[in-house]
Design a protein around this ligand. Sequence first.
Ligand code: NAD
Length: 242
Amino acid sequence: RGIITGGTSGIGLAAAKMLVRDGAHVFIVGRDAEKGKAALTALSDGKGKATYVEADVSTLEGCQKVVEAAGEGNAKVDFLVNCAGMYQEEALQDITEASYSKMMDENVKSTIFLTKAVLSLLSDDSPSILNIASDAALEGNYGCAVYAASKGAVVAFTRSAALDLSPWVRVNCLCPGDVNTPLVKKQLEEGGYTVESMASIYPVGRIGEPEEVAHVICAVLSPLNGFMTGAILSVDGGLTAK
Ligand code: NAD
């Protein structure tokens, strides 16, 4: 039993599919009832089950709502995937206090405060928290300094949380490169470039598929992975191997 924020779309939905397929009860968190309904349909044929929770995890109220839903009847949870997040390109000259706060709230505040809120629900049986950062946390990139700073914060938070919560909870972080999701579709549209140009910088010659990241998410969450905590893992087609 566990929670995936951003579980109605992209990487989070792909991970929810694999976990529900294998028998987990997954609470998928999103902000859009229509997307929630569509995701529940996509998740309806697994051995496990899915529950949609509508909450904005960039607010403390939203985090509390998630905890109340997943912890109903004093239930415990075994995993949390902090996958909800946003991407926005913005020239340094254009950054405003509002755009900064939005990015930090969506990507950092949500991760920190949902992690804090979920502690009261975590089981004693090798629970696992997995944060989704980005290759942008590990190397510089053009036109997305605040995004990169927010994901760098997620990486740093992961390491310290892993220390604070050991040996009870394992806390790890994935840094995906570009993955074929609605987030990247929006990025391509807004940036006015093509998936081919995006793919051309990857040693493997293409961008990733959500299922390829979901597979790693499941492997990291598994209790069989009991010796890994505080790890920052790249799933990026070799992008940061250079
Ligand atoms: P996506 O847009 O397909 O899915 C993210 C979901 O999270 C969306 O449904 C969105 O509405 C939801 N969400 C965002 N903020 C939320 C909030 N405050 N409360 C509740 N729900 C919220 O994106 P994705 O590509 O699947 O990305 C998932 C994660 O992976 C994000 O953190 C993203 O930054 C990260 N990431 C993605 C890529 C990529 O190329 N797709 C690369 C690196 C990192």
